[in-house]
Write a protein that binds this ligand. Structure first.
Ligand code: NAP
Length: 485
């Protein structure tokens, strides 16, 4: 079992209370993966103070010098890819192939923002008068807090940390208690890459106590959160009174529309990857398939074949294509949603049960599940399930499909499968989401493109990822310079 401490002011330290907690392997809960400090508000306060002290020195360095640290970190992460991926799988449960992809993505994110450092300037604007210079410059904000979820335990910390650091901010990060190891490993790598002490601080432990301190500490000038709507909405309100900058990225109920002209083999393949991949534990996972009645039966048959081909098991085992749910609560929640749907009149098309034979007895395994006969008012059609459960809603044509797709409170990602370019384009115009895919999976994002949702999926003020990620972590100052006299 690994042992990690908080990382505060460049030192690895225990929680002030001395308390600890452990993470368990969701594929086999007899295995303890790591031990962490069970921190409270006092630890978060110390981390904010360390970040505040380190900020002026880091901010005074040039973006290019900061970028070199990120580029070096990228190389270190890549060189440790197999070891990090294995630890990620043991703690979070996704398959080794999925974990390896996520670690590679993390190396790429640090490389991308290392490169961005060469472009972090302002704009020169023509002045009304001669011999006057009018320009803008970008400045870091100060101490920025990051609160992250467990489902992408290395990529999400990375896609917040890299733009925050290259912009010149000092950071306190609180990873999800379910899977904090990868954040600690990033801290180790950044320290080795030359990040000055105190610029990055990591505090593990009680979400309410540590997160609550970060949300209310007056020295935290901005907070970027990814997680559930319930917590994100609460933090947003805690930040508002002092006008701290807020970026809340939350859940979705992502639709894939399958029109009557669609290539049904392609549609089934895309839905299976986006709905069952990562055990359905992606914020952009397809959880609603809105399919034209005319092709619903044929599509469903093909999707069942895809579900049957999935091998569920320990993500470290050869041939396994779907791992366990991350913990008992999520696991039970997934099974409960199936029960609720059936009670509300939906039909179980495939799966729906726990898997506990042989090696699966000690993990949170369930079958990939397809629920048919779902109507838009059922809970399974409106609430995030966050597991390998796909709801099929049948509709009559494109207009009704669009209406159903938009008929939820959230709007993160969406997909459409069709050969009709006009309908595809109308869908991109009218769907209320942040990311729309045509003939592609609803999951999977390019790190160089903006990402974020609308409605209750996001505060929708700043995007993450891509070059625009820098906007959240910098402010623009406008300079007027008169040299006419
Ligand atoms: P969560 O329960 O909301 O937790 C997220 C983070 O908030 C964790 O670090 C958690 O710490 C912390 N936290 C808990 N209570 C808090 C409080 N009172 N104040 C401040 N922080 C607090 O979400 P999750 O279960 O980890 O993640 C799953 C959710 O994330 C899903 O809804 C998913 O859709 C969403 N997600 C969204 C995106 C996106 O980009 N839109 C990406 C990935 C995931 P503890 O772990 O210690 O409780």
């Amino acid at each position: 079992m690994e042992t990690y401490q908080n990382f505060i002011g460049g030192e690895w330290v225990a929680a002030q209370s001395g308390k600890t907690f452990e993470t368990l392997n969701p594929a086999d809960t007899r295995e303890k993966v790591a031990q962490y400090p069970h921190s409270g508000g006092e630890d978060a306060k110390a981390a904010v103070a360390a970040a505040k002290a380190a900020f002026p020195g880091w901010a005074a360095m040039t973006p290019v010098a900061r970028g070199r640290v990120l580029s070096k970190a990228s190389q270190l992460i890549e060189s440790r890819k197999p070891e990090l991926a294995k630890l990620l799988t043991r703690e979070e449960g996704k398959t080794l192939a999925e974990a390896t992809g996520e670690v590679q993505r993390t190396a790429d994110i640090f490389r991308f923002f290392g490169g961005i450092s060469y472009t972090l300037g302002g704009q020169t604007i023509p002045h009304d008068l001669p011999n006057n210079l009018l320009y803008t410059k970008r400045e870091p904000l100060g101490v920025v807090a990051l609160i992250t979820p467990w489902n992408f335990p290395i990529a999400i910390p990375a896609w917040k940390l890299a733009p925050a650091l290259v912009s010149g901010n000092a950071v306190v990060i609180k990873p999800a208690s379910q899977a904090p190891a990868m954040t600690c490993e990033i801290a180790k790598v950044l320290a080795e890459a030359g990040l000055p002490k105190g610029v990055l601080n990591v505090v593990m432990g009680d979400g309410r106590a540590v997160g609550g301190e970060l949300a209310t500490n007056p020295d935290v000038v901005a907070l970027s959160f990814t997680g559930s709507y319930k917590i994100g909405h609460q933090i947003y309100q805690q930040l508002a009174p002092r006008q701290a900058r807020a970026q809340m990225e939350m859940g979705g109920k992502n639709p894939t529309i399958v029109l009557d002209d669609a290539d049904l083999d392609l549609a089934a393949k895309l839905v299976a990857i986006a709905g069952f991949g990562l055990t359905g534990q992606a914020c952009t996972a397809t959880s609603r398939v809105i399919v034209d009645k005319k092709v619903a039966a044929a599509f469903t048959e093909k999707l069942i074949e895809k579900a049957k081909a999935i091998k569920v098991g320990n993500g470290l085992s050869d041939g396994v294509t779907m791992g366990p749910a991350v913990n008992e609560q999520e696991f039970k929640g997934n099974l409960d949603y199936v029960d609720i749907a059936l009670k509300e009149g939906a039909k179980l098309v495939y799966g729906g049960k726990q898997l506990k034979d042989g090696d699966l007895a000690h993990g949170y395994f369930m079958e990939p599940t397809i629920v048919g006969g779902v109507t838009p008012n059922m809970r399974i059609a409106k609430e995030e399930v966050f597991g390998p459960v796909i709801a099929i809603i049948e509709v009559d044509g494109f207009d009704q499909a669009l209406e159903v797709a938009n008929g939820v409170d959230v709007g993160l990602s969406a997909s459409i499968v069709t050969r009709d370019i006009k309908k595809a384009m109308l869908y991109t115009d009218r769907i209320q989401v942040g990311v729309i895919k045509v003939n592609q999976i609803s999951t999977g994002l390019a790190l160089q493109a903006p990402f974020g949702g609308v409605k209750q999926s996001s505060t929708d003020s700043f995007k993450e990822q891509g070059t625009v990620a820098i906007d959240f972590y910098t402010r623009i100052k406008t300079v007027y310079l008169d040299y006419s006299a």
